[in-house]
Design a binder for this molecule. Structure first.
Ligand code: AMP
Ligand code: GLY
Length: 435
Protein backbone atom coordinates (compact mmCIF):
# COMPACT_ATOMS: atom_id res chain seq x y z
CA UNK A 1 0.00 0.00 0.00
CA UNK A 2 1.49 3.26 -1.02
CA UNK A 3 -0.49 5.86 0.92
CA UNK A 4 -0.11 6.51 4.63
CA UNK A 5 -2.93 8.61 6.06
CA UNK A 6 -3.19 10.08 9.56
CA UNK A 7 -6.73 10.42 10.95
CA UNK A 8 -7.06 12.92 13.78
CA UNK A 9 -9.82 12.45 16.35
CA UNK A 10 -11.23 9.49 18.26
CA UNK A 11 -15.03 9.62 17.93
CA UNK A 12 -17.66 7.82 15.90
CA UNK A 13 -17.06 10.17 12.99
CA UNK A 14 -13.36 9.32 12.94
CA UNK A 15 -14.11 5.60 13.21
CA UNK A 16 -16.28 6.02 10.07
CA UNK A 17 -13.51 8.02 8.32
CA UNK A 18 -10.95 5.36 9.25
CA UNK A 19 -13.22 2.58 8.00
CA UNK A 20 -13.70 4.43 4.70
CA UNK A 21 -9.95 4.87 4.22
CA UNK A 22 -8.67 1.57 5.58
CA UNK A 23 -9.24 -0.66 2.51
CA UNK A 24 -7.06 1.63 0.36
CA UNK A 25 -4.51 3.19 2.69
CA UNK A 26 -2.39 2.48 5.72
CA UNK A 27 -4.19 4.48 8.38
CA UNK A 28 -2.66 5.78 11.60
CA UNK A 29 -4.73 7.36 14.34
CA UNK A 30 -4.15 10.21 16.75
CA UNK A 31 -6.69 11.06 19.43
CA UNK A 32 -7.02 11.87 23.10
CA UNK A 33 -8.94 8.64 23.77
CA UNK A 34 -8.26 5.06 22.74
CA UNK A 35 -11.15 4.13 20.42
CA UNK A 36 -11.16 0.34 19.99
CA UNK A 37 -12.87 0.49 16.59
CA UNK A 38 -10.24 2.81 15.16
CA UNK A 39 -7.53 0.85 16.95
CA UNK A 40 -8.54 -2.40 15.25
CA UNK A 41 -8.23 -0.81 11.79
CA UNK A 42 -5.19 1.42 12.28
CA UNK A 43 -1.57 0.46 11.80
CA UNK A 44 -0.69 2.57 14.83
CA UNK A 45 -2.33 4.83 17.40
CA UNK A 46 -0.95 7.83 19.26
CA UNK A 47 -2.83 8.99 22.35
CA UNK A 48 -2.30 12.75 22.47
CA UNK A 49 -4.39 15.88 22.75
CA UNK A 50 -5.56 16.40 19.15
CA UNK A 51 -5.20 20.18 19.50
CA UNK A 52 -1.49 19.93 20.36
CA UNK A 53 -0.14 21.02 16.98
CA UNK A 54 3.50 20.19 17.71
CA UNK A 55 2.63 16.68 18.89
CA UNK A 56 0.41 16.06 15.85
CA UNK A 57 3.15 17.19 13.47
CA UNK A 58 5.75 15.09 15.28
CA UNK A 59 3.58 11.97 14.94
CA UNK A 60 2.75 12.68 11.28
CA UNK A 61 6.48 12.95 10.58
CA UNK A 62 7.25 9.80 12.55
CA UNK A 63 4.82 7.73 10.46
CA UNK A 64 5.84 9.58 7.29
CA UNK A 65 2.22 10.51 6.51
CA UNK A 66 1.30 11.27 2.89
CA UNK A 67 -1.93 12.96 3.98
CA UNK A 68 -3.98 13.75 7.06
CA UNK A 69 -7.73 13.97 7.63
CA UNK A 70 -9.01 16.02 10.55
CA UNK A 71 -12.27 15.04 12.25
CA UNK A 72 -12.90 17.45 15.13
CA UNK A 73 -13.43 21.20 14.95
CA UNK A 74 -11.25 21.71 18.01
CA UNK A 75 -8.20 20.57 16.01
CA UNK A 76 -9.12 22.84 13.08
CA UNK A 77 -9.55 25.80 15.44
CA UNK A 78 -6.15 25.07 16.99
CA UNK A 79 -4.48 25.31 13.57
CA UNK A 80 -3.58 21.65 13.18
CA UNK A 81 -4.18 21.81 9.40
CA UNK A 82 -1.93 24.88 9.13
CA UNK A 83 0.84 23.17 11.09
CA UNK A 84 0.64 19.92 9.13
CA UNK A 85 0.61 21.71 5.77
CA UNK A 86 3.58 23.82 6.88
CA UNK A 87 5.38 20.58 7.70
CA UNK A 88 4.64 19.27 4.20
CA UNK A 89 1.79 16.90 5.14
CA UNK A 90 -1.22 17.57 2.91
CA UNK A 91 -4.24 17.93 5.12
CA UNK A 92 -7.85 17.42 4.10
CA UNK A 93 -9.31 20.01 6.43
CA UNK A 94 -9.32 23.81 6.38
CA UNK A 95 -6.85 26.21 7.95
CA UNK A 96 -7.81 27.83 11.26
CA UNK A 97 -8.67 30.99 9.31
CA UNK A 98 -10.94 29.15 6.84
CA UNK A 99 -12.49 27.13 9.70
CA UNK A 100 -13.79 30.39 11.20
CA UNK A 101 -16.85 29.67 9.04
CA UNK A 102 -17.64 27.27 11.88
CA UNK A 103 -15.62 28.42 14.87
CA UNK A 104 -16.76 32.07 14.94
CA UNK A 105 -20.52 32.38 14.50
CA UNK A 106 -20.41 36.19 14.24
CA UNK A 107 -17.83 35.93 11.45
CA UNK A 108 -19.97 33.23 9.80
CA UNK A 109 -23.05 35.45 9.64
CA UNK A 110 -21.08 38.54 8.57
CA UNK A 111 -19.34 36.49 5.87
CA UNK A 112 -22.72 35.28 4.61
CA UNK A 113 -24.14 38.78 4.52
CA UNK A 114 -21.05 40.20 2.81
CA UNK A 115 -21.10 37.55 0.09
CA UNK A 116 -24.90 37.62 -0.19
CA UNK A 117 -25.12 33.89 0.38
CA UNK A 118 -28.74 32.81 -0.13
CA UNK A 119 -30.55 31.53 2.97
CA UNK A 120 -28.92 33.93 5.46
CA UNK A 121 -31.25 34.62 8.41
CA UNK A 122 -31.71 38.10 9.89
CA UNK A 123 -29.09 38.56 12.60
CA UNK A 124 -27.34 41.02 14.93
CA UNK A 125 -23.93 40.60 16.55
CA UNK A 126 -22.87 41.85 19.99
CA UNK A 127 -19.53 41.97 21.79
CA UNK A 128 -20.96 42.54 25.23
CA UNK A 129 -23.45 40.30 27.06
CA UNK A 130 -25.53 43.08 28.60
CA UNK A 131 -26.26 44.69 25.23
CA UNK A 132 -27.15 41.29 23.77
CA UNK A 133 -29.45 40.50 26.70
CA UNK A 134 -31.19 43.88 26.49
CA UNK A 135 -31.76 43.30 22.77
CA UNK A 136 -33.27 39.87 23.46
CA UNK A 137 -35.64 41.38 26.03
CA UNK A 138 -36.95 43.96 23.58
CA UNK A 139 -36.84 42.24 20.21
CA UNK A 140 -40.09 41.36 18.49
CA UNK A 141 -40.51 37.78 17.38
CA UNK A 142 -38.64 34.67 18.41
CA UNK A 143 -34.86 34.52 18.26
CA UNK A 144 -31.96 32.09 18.57
CA UNK A 145 -29.19 33.28 20.91
CA UNK A 146 -25.72 31.92 20.22
CA UNK A 147 -22.35 32.48 21.86
CA UNK A 148 -20.01 33.11 18.92
CA UNK A 149 -17.41 30.49 19.90
CA UNK A 150 -17.47 26.68 19.86
CA UNK A 151 -19.84 25.08 22.35
CA UNK A 152 -20.14 21.54 21.00
CA UNK A 153 -23.63 22.37 19.66
CA UNK A 154 -24.85 22.97 23.21
CA UNK A 155 -24.66 26.78 23.53
CA UNK A 156 -27.74 27.83 21.54
CA UNK A 157 -31.11 28.73 23.11
CA UNK A 158 -34.22 29.35 21.03
CA UNK A 159 -37.15 31.44 22.29
CA UNK A 160 -40.65 30.13 21.73
CA UNK A 161 -39.16 26.65 21.69
CA UNK A 162 -36.90 25.98 24.67
CA UNK A 163 -37.09 29.28 26.60
CA UNK A 164 -38.96 32.58 26.99
CA UNK A 165 -37.37 35.91 26.01
CA UNK A 166 -36.72 36.64 29.70
CA UNK A 167 -35.05 33.26 30.22
CA UNK A 168 -32.93 33.72 27.09
CA UNK A 169 -31.81 37.16 28.33
CA UNK A 170 -30.96 35.71 31.73
CA UNK A 171 -28.99 32.93 30.02
CA UNK A 172 -27.02 35.51 28.00
CA UNK A 173 -26.21 37.53 31.14
CA UNK A 174 -25.21 34.50 33.21
CA UNK A 175 -23.29 32.29 30.81
CA UNK A 176 -19.92 34.06 30.93
CA UNK A 177 -19.65 34.72 27.18
CA UNK A 178 -19.20 38.27 25.84
CA UNK A 179 -19.76 37.82 22.13
CA UNK A 180 -23.17 36.81 20.83
CA UNK A 181 -25.15 36.36 17.66
CA UNK A 182 -28.87 36.95 18.04
CA UNK A 183 -30.83 35.89 14.99
CA UNK A 184 -34.34 35.20 13.79
CA UNK A 185 -35.77 31.88 14.90
CA UNK A 186 -36.07 29.63 11.87
CA UNK A 187 -39.08 27.32 11.87
CA UNK A 188 -39.19 24.13 9.85
CA UNK A 189 -37.32 20.85 9.55
CA UNK A 190 -33.56 20.69 9.95
CA UNK A 191 -31.27 18.77 7.64
CA UNK A 192 -27.59 18.50 6.83
CA UNK A 193 -25.81 18.45 3.48
CA UNK A 194 -22.08 17.77 3.51
CA UNK A 195 -19.79 18.43 0.54
CA UNK A 196 -16.20 17.56 -0.30
CA UNK A 197 -14.47 20.79 -1.24
CA UNK A 198 -11.16 21.68 -2.80
CA UNK A 199 -9.97 24.81 -4.60
CA UNK A 200 -13.45 26.15 -5.31
CA UNK A 201 -14.85 22.81 -6.45
CA UNK A 202 -17.45 20.85 -4.49
CA UNK A 203 -18.95 17.36 -4.53
CA UNK A 204 -22.23 16.72 -2.73
CA UNK A 205 -23.28 13.88 -0.45
CA UNK A 206 -26.87 12.83 0.43
CA UNK A 207 -28.94 14.85 2.91
CA UNK A 208 -29.12 13.62 6.51
CA UNK A 209 -31.36 14.53 9.43
CA UNK A 210 -29.70 14.60 12.84
CA UNK A 211 -31.55 14.65 16.18
CA UNK A 212 -29.92 17.14 18.52
CA UNK A 213 -32.29 17.00 21.45
CA UNK A 214 -31.42 14.55 24.21
CA UNK A 215 -34.78 12.78 24.59
CA UNK A 216 -37.51 11.17 22.52
CA UNK A 217 -39.94 13.56 20.87
CA UNK A 218 -37.26 16.30 20.64
CA UNK A 219 -37.40 17.03 24.36
CA UNK A 220 -34.54 18.04 26.62
CA UNK A 221 -31.26 19.86 26.10
CA UNK A 222 -29.25 19.96 22.87
CA UNK A 223 -26.53 17.34 22.46
CA UNK A 224 -23.79 16.71 19.93
CA UNK A 225 -26.43 14.63 18.08
CA UNK A 226 -28.27 11.50 19.29
CA UNK A 227 -28.78 9.84 15.93
CA UNK A 228 -29.54 10.51 12.29
CA UNK A 229 -31.03 9.02 9.15
CA UNK A 230 -30.68 9.31 5.40
CA UNK A 231 -32.87 7.95 2.63
CA UNK A 232 -32.10 5.97 -0.51
CA UNK A 233 -31.10 8.82 -2.84
CA UNK A 234 -29.98 12.33 -2.01
CA UNK A 235 -33.13 13.82 -0.48
CA UNK A 236 -35.12 13.15 2.71
CA UNK A 237 -38.80 12.10 2.89
CA UNK A 238 -39.98 15.63 3.80
CA UNK A 239 -37.95 17.36 1.09
CA UNK A 240 -38.34 17.89 -2.66
CA UNK A 241 -35.37 17.49 -5.03
CA UNK A 242 -35.67 21.24 -5.70
CA UNK A 243 -35.17 21.97 -1.99
CA UNK A 244 -32.08 19.77 -1.91
CA UNK A 245 -30.69 21.70 -4.88
CA UNK A 246 -31.47 25.02 -3.15
CA UNK A 247 -29.34 23.86 -0.24
CA UNK A 248 -26.65 22.78 -2.69
CA UNK A 249 -26.66 26.23 -4.28
CA UNK A 250 -26.10 27.78 -0.83
CA UNK A 251 -23.05 25.55 -0.43
CA UNK A 252 -21.91 26.43 -3.92
CA UNK A 253 -22.11 30.18 -3.23
CA UNK A 254 -20.18 29.60 0.01
CA UNK A 255 -17.45 27.61 -1.74
CA UNK A 256 -17.20 30.35 -4.40
CA UNK A 257 -16.50 32.82 -1.59
CA UNK A 258 -13.88 30.49 -0.03
CA UNK A 259 -11.64 29.68 -3.03
CA UNK A 260 -8.83 28.27 -0.89
CA UNK A 261 -10.97 25.96 1.22
CA UNK A 262 -10.00 22.28 1.45
CA UNK A 263 -11.96 19.64 3.35
CA UNK A 264 -15.58 18.95 4.13
CA UNK A 265 -18.05 21.82 4.22
CA UNK A 266 -21.11 20.93 6.26
CA UNK A 267 -24.30 22.93 5.82
CA UNK A 268 -26.91 22.73 8.55
CA UNK A 269 -30.20 23.94 7.05
CA UNK A 270 -33.69 24.70 8.24
CA UNK A 271 -36.24 23.90 5.57
CA UNK A 272 -38.64 26.81 6.08
CA UNK A 273 -41.72 27.97 4.18
CA UNK A 274 -39.27 30.07 2.15
CA UNK A 275 -36.95 27.15 1.39
CA UNK A 276 -33.67 26.17 3.06
CA UNK A 277 -32.04 28.71 5.39
CA UNK A 278 -28.63 28.27 6.99
CA UNK A 279 -28.59 27.32 10.68
CA UNK A 280 -24.81 27.04 10.58
CA UNK A 281 -21.81 25.83 8.66
CA UNK A 282 -19.30 23.35 9.98
CA UNK A 283 -15.80 22.94 8.61
CA UNK A 284 -15.73 19.13 8.88
CA UNK A 285 -17.89 16.04 8.69
CA UNK A 286 -20.82 15.94 11.07
CA UNK A 287 -20.90 13.48 13.90
CA UNK A 288 -23.16 11.45 13.48
CA UNK A 289 -23.74 12.45 9.84
CA UNK A 290 -20.39 11.00 8.65
CA UNK A 291 -21.71 7.61 9.76
CA UNK A 292 -24.68 7.96 7.38
CA UNK A 293 -22.91 9.04 4.21
CA UNK A 294 -19.53 7.28 4.33
CA UNK A 295 -20.91 3.71 4.64
CA UNK A 296 -22.94 4.15 1.42
CA UNK A 297 -20.23 5.97 -0.52
CA UNK A 298 -18.89 3.67 -3.24
CA UNK A 299 -16.07 5.95 -4.30
CA UNK A 300 -13.00 5.47 -2.10
CA UNK A 301 -12.56 8.38 0.32
CA UNK A 302 -8.85 8.10 -0.39
CA UNK A 303 -9.48 9.06 -4.03
CA UNK A 304 -11.04 12.34 -2.91
CA UNK A 305 -8.21 13.11 -0.49
CA UNK A 306 -5.47 12.33 -3.01
CA UNK A 307 -7.18 14.25 -5.83
CA UNK A 308 -7.31 17.29 -3.52
CA UNK A 309 -3.65 16.83 -2.66
CA UNK A 310 -2.62 16.55 -6.31
CA UNK A 311 -4.71 19.59 -7.26
CA UNK A 312 -6.83 17.42 -9.55
CA UNK A 313 -10.53 17.74 -10.11
CA UNK A 314 -12.36 15.83 -7.35
CA UNK A 315 -14.02 12.59 -8.45
CA UNK A 316 -17.83 12.72 -8.46
CA UNK A 317 -18.63 10.35 -5.59
CA UNK A 318 -21.11 7.54 -6.24
CA UNK A 319 -23.49 6.45 -3.49
CA UNK A 320 -25.41 3.24 -3.03
CA UNK A 321 -29.15 3.82 -3.28
CA UNK A 322 -29.75 2.74 0.32
CA UNK A 323 -31.13 4.29 3.47
CA UNK A 324 -29.23 4.54 6.75
CA UNK A 325 -30.29 4.97 10.37
CA UNK A 326 -27.69 5.79 13.01
CA UNK A 327 -28.43 5.62 16.73
CA UNK A 328 -26.03 6.65 19.46
CA UNK A 329 -25.68 5.08 22.89
CA UNK A 330 -24.59 7.74 25.39
CA UNK A 331 -23.58 7.70 29.05
CA UNK A 332 -26.38 8.09 31.59
CA UNK A 333 -26.87 11.78 32.34
CA UNK A 334 -25.47 12.96 28.98
CA UNK A 335 -25.25 15.82 28.05
CA UNK A 336 -25.76 17.80 31.27
CA UNK A 337 -24.25 15.44 33.83
CA UNK A 338 -22.62 12.55 31.96
CA UNK A 339 -21.52 9.53 33.92
CA UNK A 340 -17.89 9.46 32.77
CA UNK A 341 -15.43 6.75 33.74
CA UNK A 342 -18.02 3.98 33.99
CA UNK A 343 -17.15 0.59 32.64
CA UNK A 344 -19.41 -0.52 29.79
CA UNK A 345 -19.80 -3.61 27.67
CA UNK A 346 -20.60 -3.69 23.99
CA UNK A 347 -21.80 -6.99 22.60
CA UNK A 348 -20.63 -6.88 18.98
CA UNK A 349 -22.40 -10.16 18.11
CA UNK A 350 -25.84 -8.49 18.35
CA UNK A 351 -24.85 -6.15 15.53
CA UNK A 352 -24.30 -8.86 12.92
CA UNK A 353 -27.42 -10.71 14.10
CA UNK A 354 -29.53 -7.55 13.59
CA UNK A 355 -28.38 -7.28 9.98
CA UNK A 356 -29.12 -10.93 9.29
CA UNK A 357 -32.58 -10.71 10.84
CA UNK A 358 -33.74 -7.86 8.60
CA UNK A 359 -31.78 -8.29 5.38
CA UNK A 360 -29.40 -5.37 5.36
CA UNK A 361 -26.12 -4.32 6.88
CA UNK A 362 -25.30 -3.25 10.40
CA UNK A 363 -22.24 -1.31 11.47
CA UNK A 364 -20.87 -0.46 14.88
CA UNK A 365 -18.86 2.70 15.35
CA UNK A 366 -17.12 3.30 18.64
CA UNK A 367 -17.04 6.91 19.79
CA UNK A 368 -15.71 8.69 22.87
CA UNK A 369 -14.87 5.65 24.89
CA UNK A 370 -11.56 4.75 26.39
CA UNK A 371 -10.27 1.24 25.77
CA UNK A 372 -8.04 0.46 28.76
CA UNK A 373 -6.36 -2.70 29.91
CA UNK A 374 -8.97 -3.07 32.63
CA UNK A 375 -11.97 -2.56 30.32
CA UNK A 376 -13.95 -0.16 28.16
CA UNK A 377 -14.93 3.09 29.89
CA UNK A 378 -17.27 6.01 29.16
CA UNK A 379 -16.06 9.60 28.83
CA UNK A 380 -18.24 12.73 29.07
CA UNK A 381 -19.33 12.31 25.45
CA UNK A 382 -21.21 9.79 23.27
CA UNK A 383 -20.11 6.14 23.61
CA UNK A 384 -20.89 4.25 20.43
CA UNK A 385 -23.26 4.24 17.48
CA UNK A 386 -24.92 1.57 15.42
CA UNK A 387 -25.92 2.14 11.81
CA UNK A 388 -28.47 0.11 9.91
CA UNK A 389 -28.12 0.17 6.12
CA UNK A 390 -31.02 -1.14 4.00
CA UNK A 391 -33.22 -0.42 1.00
CA UNK A 392 -35.57 1.80 3.00
CA UNK A 393 -35.60 3.78 6.25
CA UNK A 394 -37.96 1.46 8.22
CA UNK A 395 -35.72 -1.57 7.56
CA UNK A 396 -32.58 0.39 8.41
CA UNK A 397 -34.30 1.53 11.62
CA UNK A 398 -35.21 -2.03 12.60
CA UNK A 399 -31.60 -3.07 12.11
CA UNK A 400 -30.27 -0.17 14.20
CA UNK A 401 -32.86 -0.78 16.93
CA UNK A 402 -31.97 -4.48 17.20
CA UNK A 403 -28.25 -3.77 17.01
CA UNK A 404 -28.61 -1.43 19.98
CA UNK A 405 -29.12 -4.49 22.12
CA UNK A 406 -25.31 -4.31 22.04
CA UNK A 407 -25.55 -1.58 24.66
CA UNK A 408 -25.11 -2.98 28.13
CA UNK A 409 -25.97 -1.32 31.43
CA UNK A 410 -25.51 2.37 32.04
CA UNK A 411 -26.09 3.66 28.50
CA UNK A 412 -29.04 5.58 27.08
CA UNK A 413 -30.40 5.87 23.53
CA UNK A 414 -33.08 7.84 21.67
CA UNK A 415 -35.31 5.04 20.49
CA UNK A 416 -37.35 7.23 18.13
CA UNK A 417 -34.60 8.14 15.64
CA UNK A 418 -35.58 6.92 12.17
CA UNK A 419 -38.86 5.29 13.26
CA UNK A 420 -41.77 5.42 10.85
CA UNK A 421 -43.77 7.47 13.35
CA UNK A 422 -41.05 10.08 13.67
CA UNK A 423 -40.38 10.32 9.93
CA UNK A 424 -44.14 10.68 9.30
CA UNK A 425 -44.29 13.47 11.87
CA UNK A 426 -41.50 15.29 10.01
CA UNK A 427 -43.44 14.96 6.74
CA UNK A 428 -46.62 16.25 8.43
CA UNK A 429 -44.74 19.11 10.07
CA UNK A 430 -43.30 20.22 6.74
CA UNK A 431 -46.71 19.91 5.07
CA UNK A 432 -48.22 22.19 7.74
CA UNK A 433 -45.42 24.73 7.21
CA UNK A 434 -45.93 24.76 3.46
CA UNK A 435 -49.67 25.42 3.81
P1 AMP B 1 -25.80 25.52 16.16
O1 AMP B 1 -24.82 25.36 17.27
O2 AMP B 1 -25.76 26.82 15.46
O3 AMP B 1 -25.83 24.32 15.24
O4 AMP B 1 -27.22 25.40 16.82
C1 AMP B 1 -27.62 24.26 17.53
C2 AMP B 1 -29.08 24.02 17.28
O5 AMP B 1 -29.84 25.15 17.70
C3 AMP B 1 -29.45 23.84 15.82
O6 AMP B 1 -29.25 22.56 15.35
C4 AMP B 1 -30.90 24.25 15.82
O7 AMP B 1 -31.70 23.18 16.27
C5 AMP B 1 -30.94 25.34 16.83
N1 AMP B 1 -30.82 26.63 16.14
C6 AMP B 1 -29.70 27.32 15.84
N2 AMP B 1 -29.99 28.46 15.19
C7 AMP B 1 -31.32 28.51 15.06
C8 AMP B 1 -32.24 29.44 14.48
N3 AMP B 1 -31.83 30.58 13.92
N4 AMP B 1 -33.56 29.14 14.55
C9 AMP B 1 -34.00 28.00 15.13
N5 AMP B 1 -33.19 27.09 15.70
C10 AMP B 1 -31.88 27.33 15.67
N1 GLY C 1 -24.17 16.61 14.15
C1 GLY C 1 -23.81 17.94 14.39
C2 GLY C 1 -22.38 18.23 14.30
O1 GLY C 1 -21.56 17.40 13.96
O2 GLY C 1 -22.02 19.36 14.56
Amino acid sequence: MSETVLVIGGGGREHAITRALAPDAEVYALASNRNPGIGSLAAGTEITDETDTAAVVAYAERIDADAAVIGPESALAAGVADALNDAGVFTFGPTAEAARIETDKAYQREFMAEHEIPGTPEFETFDEAEAAAAYVEDVEGDVAVKPTGLTGGKGVRVTGDQVSHAEAAEYVRGSGHDEWVIEERLVGEEFTVQAFVNDGEMRLTPAVQDHKRAYEGDEGPNTGGMGSYSDAGATLPFMTPQEYYSAASVLEATVDALPEYTGVLYGQFMLTDEGPKVVEFNARFGDPEAMNVLPVMETPLLDIVTAAREGESLPEPAFENRATVCKYAVPAGYPTDPDAGSEIEVDESTVAAAADAHGGDALLFYASVDDREDGLFTTTSRSFAVVGVADDIPTAESIAADALAAAGEGLRVREDVGTEELVESRIDHMASIRD
